[in-house]
Design a protein around this ligand. Structure first.
Ligand SMILES: Nc1ncnc2c1ncn2[C@@H]1O[C@H](COP(=O)(O)OP(=O)(O)OP(=O)(O)O)[C@@H](O)[C@H]1O
Ligand SMILES: [Mg+2]
Length: 601
């Protein structure tokens, strides 16, 4: 299935996600606490500003004709304090941000590394079903969301709540319940309205995310298939599919904007009404001399100060919801358990003989379509067993089972008597080498790709492997030699060159067990002969399983298995099978005819 399913997530999930996030921060709890301390200092300073302002106004407002100088002095002193408080507030705010940066980036880097590790651990079947573009987008969005969540929560919501409490305290202490009540009601209505309305309009954001991921997956997929798109002249189709998603995305974006404007206006209206009522109360009390002119300045300043962050609270809350939605995707990804996992008591596979055994193996990718229906064979140490048979018979599947990309449904795959499910995947894969049917390369140099098999490989070893794989002349011919970059997925190499690279790579790895899956299918007869010699030299010491269409490459195998419809229908040496005059003999005749006519051309 393409794209991702985005279920509207619940508050309970958000809470448990937040709990998970906090574990990322806990590691730096010292820093977090200091940062929160800075935050409190900065908030106290900013709430103290209006208090000083009130003093200033009252000092200047005294009809004090006698001590003019003194008034000036006190006034100036207060103004200096006012300035200092503002300065303190912003200084500690910046301290806080700088201190917290390490925590935030560290958490981001840990999360993204963890996600990538996890993606590598997830089974092949997961990756075959996912679009790489969508995953990589989810990954980056999820990482950024971590940073947003932390910032919003720690630096906006918590401090705003603290500030609200401080302001409420000042109002209650200095001006009585009426003011406090109005502020309280306004703030409650404001928050209630914001939460409800924001919750409702989240659907547009979800829709945008969904379409954005789809479009992105589509775009990446079409670019990965660049050549295929061109072969079939389908640029228009690819673009219009992409455009369809993007159009939907744009529509959802417009709806999102319109509802956001409505929300913003609603919030502004509530604030305007609340502040107006409070100021009316203040005007009334000033005229009746219950409070001073300084108080009205104080109240006004407090209100403005309180509603500025509250105004942002709407944005913050929305931001938090977006971020939580993004984060949810990443955490869901992390929750996805790999189908193939090491057993808790998995052993380290150590090779003594390198004997492979398939014991009554039954396997299906999809339950309703069995691929292998009871396969038994063994490859004795150091011998060569070939598997031939029609396309789709399940030959490459054997190699995937050996590598344990999938688990068998019945029976077992054993190496030196140890079931592959009982040993660690790392130790299993360390002893296996494969020349795959489709070789994909990293977009790096030839040297990098060859040495990929073994990080410790010396240049000599790489060169030796290249020679054995008949690559030497080709590399010598390249202007940049071993430093030639092979293009995305190795597309700048010919099919045969890629196959020889894959062979050289296995030579570099030098494992005790090697699987050749159509290793020479893209080569001309002469290169094939040269390579077969090289391969034999490599495989002489190894146990090898050779999958081939071209029967001429398996004539010398110790045993040939003919696989058809999920069963081994014939087995024996080349001579025995010819003598049996069955499917193999027929195929041999057919190919022989083909090769003769090829030779005549
Ligand atoms: N991930 C998958 N999910 C579902 N079916 C799959 C999957 N991979 C392979 N198959 C199916 O399993 C069958 C066996 O595939 P396999 O690759 O083993 O064939 P093969 O014998 O190697 O063929 P060929 O000679 O063409 O390489 C095929 O019919 C294929 O469609
Ligand atoms: Mg195959």
């Amino acid at each position: 299935m393409a794209g991702r399913v985005e279920a509207p997530h619940s508050n309970r999930r958000d809470l448990s996600n937040l709990r998970k996030l906090s574990t990322y921060l806990w590691e730096y709890r010292g820093r977090v606490l200091i940062a929160l301390g800075c935050l409190m200092i900065s908030k106290l300073a900013i709430v103290a500003v209006p208090l000083v302002l009130k003093r200033i106004v009252n000092t200047l407002d005294q009809d004090n004709t006698t001590a003019g100088d003194q008034v000036l002095l006190v006034g100036l002193g207060l103004v200096a304090a006012y300035g200092l408080l503002r300065l303190t507030s912003s200084l500690f705010k910046e301290f806080r941000d700088s201190l917290f940066a390490r925590v935030r980036y560290r958490a981001m880097h840990k999360l993204s590394t963890q996600v990538l590790t996890h993606l590598h651990n997830l089974s092949l079947s997961f990756h075959l079903e996912r679009r790489t573009g969508s995953i990589s987008k989810d990954l980056s969005r999820g990482t950024n969301s971590l940073s947003s969540i932390v910032n919003l929560l720690v630096f906006n919501i918590v401090p705003t709540a603290a500030e609200f409490l401080l302001v409420a305290g000042i109002l209650l202490g200095g001006y009585g319940w009426q003011y406090t009540l109005v502020v309280f009601v306004t703030v409650t209505l404001y928050i209630g309205f914001t939460l409800l309305f924001s919750g409702w309009r989240m659907q547009f954001r979800h829709e945008m995310n969904r379409l954005d991921s789809l479009a992105n997956g589509r775009a990446v997929d079409s670019l990965l298939n660049y050549e295929t798109v061109k072969y079939f002249n389908n640029e228009q189709r690819e673009v219009s599919l992409y455009e369809e998603h993007m159009r939907g995305w744009g529509d959802a974006g417009v709806r999102s904007q319109v509802t956001m404007s409505t929300l913003n206006f609603g919030q502004a209206a509530l604030v305007a009404i609340g502040v107006t009522i409070i100021m009316m109360l203040a005007v009334r009390d000033v005229t009746t001399h219950v409070i001073t002119l300084g108080d009205i300045v104080l109240i006004n300043a407090l209100m403005l100060q309180l509603f500025v962050p509250l105004n942002v609270l709407g944005v913050v809350y929305r931001g938090l919801q977006y971020a939580l939605a993004d984060m949810d995707l990443v955490l869901k990804l992390l929750e996805q358990a790999p189908e193939i996992q090491d057993k808790p008591n998995a052993v380290n596979l150590t090779i003594e003989q390198a004997r492979i055994e398939f014991r009554d193996v039954e396997f299906a990718y999809l339950p309703e379509r069995p691929i292998l229906k009871g396969i038994s064979f063994s490859v004795e140490p150091g011998s060569k067993v070939a598997v031939v048979g029609p396309s789709g018979a399940g030959k490459s599947t054997l190699s995937r089972l050996l590598f344990r990309f999938y688990d068998v449904n019945k029976g077992g795959v054993l190496i030196d008597g140890v079931d592959v499910r009982d040993c660690t995947q790392a130790s299993l894969r360390a002893v296996l080498g494969v020349v795959p049917q489709d070789t994909v390369m990293f977009n790096e140099s030839i040297r990098y790709n060859l040495a990929y098999a073994n990080a410790d490989a010396t240049d000599e070893r790489v060169a030796d492997a290249a020679r054995r794989a008949n690559l030497e002349a080709f590399i010598a011919d390249l202007p940049e030699g071993y430093d030639t970059v092979v293009g995305e997925r190795g597309l700048k190499l010919s099919g045969g060159e890629k196959q020889r690279m894959a062979i050289a790579r296995v030579v570099v790895k030098d494992p005790p067990i090697i699987i050749f899956d159509e290793a020479t299918s893209s080569l001309d007869t002469r290169s094939e002969q040269a390579i077969l010699e090289g391969m034999n030299a490599v495989a002489r010491r190894a146990t090898s399983l050779v999958i081939a269409h071209r029967l001429s490459t398996v004539v010398d195998a110790d045993q040939i298995l003919v696989l058809d419809q999920g069963l081994i229908v014939e087995r024996g040496t080349h001579e025995e099978l010819l003598a049996a005059a069955g499917l193999y003999a027929d195929l041999w005749q057919l190919q022989l005819g083909g090769e003769e006519s090829e030779n005549q051309v």
